[in-house]
Write a protein that binds this ligand. Structure first.
Ligand SMILES: [Zn+2]
Ligand SMILES: [Zn+2]
Length: 270
């Protein structure tokens, strides 16, 4: 991938790269991970893709769940912060998910977790861009920051799906905006491994994620405080991890935050 990334930097070379990619697809056509048919979208076929519940304009841009008009008053993200008796500061400006964590999108996310799953992270990043590219392009100068796994989990699983998704997203983002406006900065460090948060109640969850992330001090600072920071994760379940990551960024002086995820779960949300 490093090679094709380098080749794709110039318009003349990019055409050859596209041509080679096209050739590769002709020689080895992709197979749909759901039905085993021809995958027009690189990872699934159009029919299987149509079964995914994709991000819609009606979804809450704060907590990322399908929501009706009365929802804003009961939105979960500000609510969790309010419970901890802090001033209500929204964790991020907007969350953008590709769709609901279910069916084939769930299978895709689980495949992306495996050691050889970075190809699907690229496919999913492309799908995310189809959905939210216009919004992402409107953000201007951006810093993409993956929400990392703990190093022990990276060691066991071989790679970090959030980091592969972030890298793939940056590649597409930079290509459509022309390079320097978008940077990938692995700014966050997870201080410890955490259990699954979905089963815990809000108080336990708050305890688990308390100061979960540290902001690394980069040798060469590649961003400004007012740069738009796009936090990237593969799955958003309760939102607690993402809130902890957002809090770490805020504490480090970064205030202009967005959250991009592949899938949003609806479990435990009413
Ligand atoms: Zn299919
Ligand atoms: Zn909401």
């Amino acid at each position: 991938m490093a090679i094709s990334g380098r080749v794709a930097s110039g318009p003349w070379f990019r055409r050859i790269d596209d041509w080679l990619t096209g050739l590769g697809e002709t020689v080895a056509p992709s197979i749909c991970m759901s039905c085993g048919g021809f995958a027009q979208r690189g990872w699934v076929c159009e029919l299987c893709f149509a079964t995914i519940r994709l991000w819609d304009v009606d979804w809450c841009s704060r907590c990322g769940i399908p929501a009706d008009h009365g929802h804003a008053r009961f939105c979960r993200v500000p609510l969790e912060i309010r419970r901890r008796k802090k001033t209500v500061v929204p964790a991020w400006n907007e969350i953008r998910a590709l769709g609901v964590y279910d069916g084939i999108l769930r299978t895709g996310c689980l495949t992306a977790k495996k050691a050889d799953g970075s190809w699907i992270a690229r496919s999913l990043a492309r799908e995310w861009w189809h959905r939210h590219g216009a919004w992402a392009a409107s953000l201007g100068r951006c810093v993409i920051v993956p929400i990392p796994r703990h190093w022990s989990r990276r060691l066991i699983e071989g790679h970090d799906p959030a980091c592969s998704f972030a890298a793939a997203l940056r590649a597409i983002w930079a290509e459509s905006l022309g390079g320097r406006e978008v940077r990938l900065v692995p700014l966050l460090k997870r201080t410890r491994a955490t259990p699954r948060l979905a089963g815990l109640d809000p108080a336990e969850r708050a305890l688990v994620v308390a100061s979960l992330f540290e902001v690394k001090k980069p040798k060469k600072r590649e961003y400004e405080d007012d740069d738009r920071v796009v936090l990237v994760d593969d799955i958003c379940t309760t939102g607690a991890t993402a809130i902890a990551a957002a809090q770490a960024c805020r504490n480090a002086g970064l205030r202009n935050l967005e959250l991009a995820v592949i899938a949003r779960t609806l479990e435990g949300l009413g």
